[in-house]
Design a protein around this ligand. Sequence first.
Ligand SMILES: NC(=O)c1ccc[n+]([C@@H]2O[C@H](COP(=O)([O-])OP(=O)(O)OC[C@H]3O[C@@H](n4cnc5c(N)ncnc54)[C@H](OP(=O)(O)O)[C@@H]3O)[C@@H](O)[C@H]2O)c1
Length: 287
Amino acid sequence: MTHPATHALGSYTVNRMGYGAMQLAGPGVFGPPRDPAECLAVLREAVASGVNHIDTSDFYGPEVTNKLIREALAPYPEGLILVTKVGARRGSGASWIMTPEPAALVEQVHGNLRNLGVEALDVVNLRIGHPFGPDDTSLGERFGALMDLQRAGKIRHIGLSNVTAAQIAEARAIGEVACVQNAYNLVQRGDDGLIDALAADGIPYVPFFPLGGFSPLQSAALDALAAQRGVSPMQLALAWLLHRAPNVLLIPGTSSRAHLRENLAAAAIALTPEELAALGAIGAASA
Ligand SMILES: NC(=O)c1ccc[n+]([C@@H]2O[C@H](COP(=O)([O-])OP(=O)(O)OC[C@H]3O[C@@H](n4cnc5c(N)ncnc54)[C@H](OP(=O)(O)O)[C@@H]3O)[C@@H](O)[C@H]2O)c1
């Protein structure tokens, strides 16, 4: 079975295989990067290979990935969509501190504009919840603060990250939600229903941790299916996500060109209905 290569993201059209820049920041997502020259090479090769959707944030590093993106890619090619996120900052010891205060969000938007070197941010995701999972707070005030910046021309589109269906509904009653970025992969399937609901409304769903994130995917069944197919387990996991629903946009993260090439090549893998069923059963078994 094949799958569409592109999808709308706000007013843009992006290739569904994108790139997530978090891994460039360094160990623990806290700078400095291990190999800055390789970071620049990864970014340049990604774009040269057709990636036109890069996910980033000033809290990666902090302020490391945005500066690398600017150094590697500015002046930015036409059609390259940079998606950033606000809602957290880094503390000492690489800790993650959530910043729900609207004033902090405004300051972070300005920091992202400065570090990326742009007049307006293509997409800003409002990242809420705990560092490692959603909460059930109201997001209205925070979303409103970003809408003020949208009206002022500093943000083109607003997305949400680490959110529940109720929070998405709350935001959509206030304004347009360009995309949703939550944790999801072959074995972490809590958002199955949400993905289908967003697909029905044409809203992109961008899984973070598509390869398992800090705990890379490990599955004997995935390994066996990949060996049978002659691809790597990570490639098969990405191919499954692309087949999962047309609104799924991928941003796998890597700090190496070898893994980048492997990941991008997964976009060309067409899975059979039997393979899709077998891969789907892996997640169902671990749910
Ligand atoms: N909104 C949020 O709260 C949130 C949270 C986390 C991440 N994100 C975004 O989502 C993006 C993706 O998430 P992620 O980078 O954390 O996790 P991921 O894409 O699931 O996995 C990245 C990990 O897999 C490794 N890897 C990548 N390609 C591989 C391959 N072909 N074979 C073997 N290992 C491979 C990477 O190591 P190497 O560097 O060695 O390749 C890294 O350790 C991030 O870059 C970030 O932009 C958002």
